[in-house]
Design a protein around this ligand. Structure first.
Ligand SMILES: *Cc1c(COP(=O)(O)O)cnc(C)c1O
Length: 467
């Protein structure tokens, strides 16, 4: 071995303190491009450091989104990042995996044998809801024209409970549809169907049933809604379909409450969306939407992309995106199977029940959801007026132990009620939940021991991520 004169710059690189490079000592501009490249290792470390004081995702009880996947799934997803989901020609095998996922989901949601279901992956439920909403709007328009309704006479409308997720408000604004909100009531934390036909007219494009209201985790009575519509549609000029927003429930309910009818078993349910990155157990970036039959998917909304010399129909708002979340979804389906998903969700449910019991046992709270239906625990403070502290202080106190627990007012008409919510996910094990329970009791004791001075109007904020 021969050695030559040392490269001085290299030597400097490795003798510098902190991360061992002059680059780590340099002031790198934050809001414009730096002039010169830096070493990949240093860039990696500096960015990791930037992200250091973000909360620990697994202590985040606010989000529905998946915060853990198995190393094999992460590896596979990391190795498939370059695959473009829209490029069916270059990646036909990836397209085939997407196709299989759609078929598996259709089976899970009881798509009827005699109809030809269609479906696609999306970035998440929001995109999926836009597609579902658009299909209803276009189909309404064609039918309204056919029966002689003056389609420019009034804006089309969509009926939904006031507990909707913000994506429906986006849909209404982006696609110029009136959102007709059915108020949630104190004793009905989901869609009130008792008087729902009064919201309908010839301009109603559809009704959304929510399988898992984001605020409370309660299910809308979709079977009840279906019965109302069967009746209504017999004499309606333009029949009204149901779209089920099953962002959370779509990949939870079929495993945990298989007897519940909410899906394509109900005649008026024409389309359903779900978030693969919620109880589908995939990292963020994947949703699904399915129609029970192609008649519910107007042709104008379908675009062709080339596929192995031919054409393939697509429906999407996005064009290019990585296919790795689709592959992650397929991995989970193959790896867990029906019973695997069921076992995971059962554990999640048990943890939610345990946390609900912990909350209940303090005698200080009224529960809206005790982990039944979706594995969500949601409650308000009893005798709020008599309490020295609010749920916001409780959230702050829990934050001191690293837990992120949101507190926020309920939607329109109930906005005087402040609630707190835990979303229990698969990666919150019973051991960790027990630690949380200890911290929860500690926080209450600590607050009871404290004095608060507060401005009277300092109320009703939103603390933490609520969707
Ligand atoms: C989370 C959620 C959405 C939005 O889903 P993303 O996948 O985050 O876009 C829509 N509807 C409901 C009921 C939700 O819970």
């Amino acid at each position: 071995m021969l050695y030559g004169k040392n490269d001085q710059s290299k030597k400097a690189t490795y003798l510098q303190p902190i991360f061992g490079s002059s680059a780590s000592e340099r002031d790198i501009p934050k809001y414009k491009l730096g002039a010169d490249p830096i070493e990949p290792r240093i860039a990696y470390q500096l960015i990791k450091d930037e992200l250091l004081d973000e909360g620990a995702a697994r202590q985040n009880l606010a989000t529905f989104c998946q915060t853990y996947m198995e190393p094999e799934a992460s590896l596979l997803m990391g190795e498939t990042l370059e695959k473009n989901a829209i490029d069916k020609s270059e990646y036909p095998r990836t397209a085939e995996l997407e196709n299989r996922c759609v078929n598996m989901i259709a089976d899970l949601w009881h798509a009827p044998e005699q109809e030809t279901y269609m479906g696609t992956s999306t970035v998440g439920s929001s995109e999926a809801c836009m597609l579902g909403g658009m299909a209803m709007k276009f189909r309404w328009r064609a039918r309204a024209k056919a029966v002689g309704v003056d389609i420019s006479g009034q804006r089309p409308n969509l009926v939904i409970s006031s507990g909707y997720q913000v994506c429906w408000e986006k849909f209404a604004v982006y696609f110029d549809v009136e959102l007709r909100e059915v108020p949630m009531t104190a004793d009905k934390m989901s869609l009130d169907i008792s008087d729902i036909t009064s919201y309908f007219d010839d301009y109603t494009i559809g009704v959304v049933g929510i399988l898992g209201i984001t605020y409370t985790g309660c299910y809308d009575d979709i079977a009840g809604l279906d019965a109302v519509l069967t009746d209504y549609n017999q004499t309606a000029k333009i029949s009204i379909p149901i779209h089920v927003d099953a962002a959370s429930g779509g990949m939870y309910t079929p495993f945990m409450s298989p007897e519940l009818k909410w899906d394509f078993q109900l005649d008026n349910v024409v389309s359903i969306n779900t978030s693969g990155h919620k109880y589908g157990l995939v990292y963020p970036g994947i949703g699904w939407v399915l129609w029970r039959d192609k008649t519910y998917l107007p042709e104008e909304l379908i675009f062709s992309v080339s596929y192995l010399g031919g054409d393939m129909p697509t429906m999407a708002i996005n064009f290019s995106r990585s296919a790795s979340p689709i592959i992650g979804q397929f991995y989970n389906f193959m790896r867990f199977g029906f019973n695997g998903y069921k076992a995971i969700h059962q554990r999640t449910h048990d943890v939610a029940r345990f946390l609900a019991e912990t909350v209940e046992s303090t005698g200080r709270f009224t529960l809206y959801n005790a982990g039944e239906q979706l594995p969500i625990v949601c409650y308000r403070l009893k005798d709020e007026d008599k309490q020295e502290w609010t749920l916001y202080e409780l959230a702050d106190m829990l934050q001191m132990k690293g837990w992120q627990v949101p507190a926020y007012p309920l939607p329109a008409d109930l906005s005087d009620t402040i609630i707190q919510r835990y979303v229990v996910r698969a990666d919150l094990s019973m051991n960790v939940a027990e630690e949380f329970a200890e911290d929860f009791k500690w926080a209450i004791a600590k607050l009871d021991d404290s004095r608060f001075l507060r401005r009277k109007d300092e109320n009703k904020r939103v603390q933490g991520f609520t969707h």
